[in-house]
Design a protein around this ligand. Structure first.
Ligand code: IMP
Length: 194
């Protein structure tokens, strides 16, 4: 038995990434309808993930999955946080602003956070999962892979930035990877229960 799970994103890359993680979960993932736009009005990653999953589920009448993620920097009291995507208009601008704000700070500790929520077709939230990956913000970008803040996010255990890692390595330790992995057993259970 398979059930349809609508991914609350318009980004085919995000769909492919989730499909790869959840390949053996028994669920069939699909993109949300293009015209369905949901504003991220929440103050937390969890609020945004839940509201996106819930609204897409209600609008489509299907199970829905949504994620919200961002970078929290200790010396900036958790900024940019839920505003990570809105911190500038391009990745280069967002990184430049982050490095400016951290200019004289010695504490470079930071973390990526991802919250994933799953809603039933009636919009009620049935599952939530959070993944955290800690690291440090470099002074100068390094590496050409990934996206967003990857070139300045350094993971000491690997001695690499996210942008220097293979897709597989980043996926195995990243905030999003951890949040998705944690969901698999529960998704399998739901498939057989509901
Ligand atoms: P959203 O979860 O799609 O709303 O994205 C939030 C923003 O956080 C992205 O636009 C990126 O700027 C940043 N972000 C989230 N995850 C990552 C990551 O794995 N690497 C780099 N930046 C990320």
């Amino acid at each position: 038995m398979t059930k349809l799970l609508v991914v609350a994103t318009g980004n085919p890359g995000k769909l492919r990434e989730m499909q790869a993680y959840l390949a053996n979960s028994g669920w069939e993932l699909t993109l949300k309808p293009e015209e369905l736009e949901i504003e991220e009005t929440g103050d937390t990653f969890a609020e945004n993930a839940c509201l996106k999953a819930s609204e897409v589920a209600q609008a489509t009448g299907q199970w829905a999955i949504a994620d919200d993620s961002g970078l929290q920097v200790d010396a900036l009291n958790g900024a940019p946080g839920v505003y990570s995507a809105r911190y500038g208009t391009t990745d280069a601008e967002r990184i430049a602003r982050l490095l400016r704000e951290l200019d004289h700070k010695t504490n470079r500790q930071a973390q990526f956070v991802c919250v994933i929520a799953i809603a039933r077709p009636d919009g009620t939230i049935v599952l939530q999962s959070e993944g955290i990956c800690r690291g440090e913000i470099l002074h100068v970008p390094r590496g050409a892979g990934g996206f967003g803040y990857d070139p300045v996010f350094y993971v000491p255990e690997q001695q690499l930035t996210f942008a220097e890692m293979t897709k597989e390595l980043k996926g195995s330790i990243s905030h999003r990877g951890q949040a998705l992995q944690a969901l698999i057993p529960q998704l399998k259970t739901i498939l057989h229960q509901e």
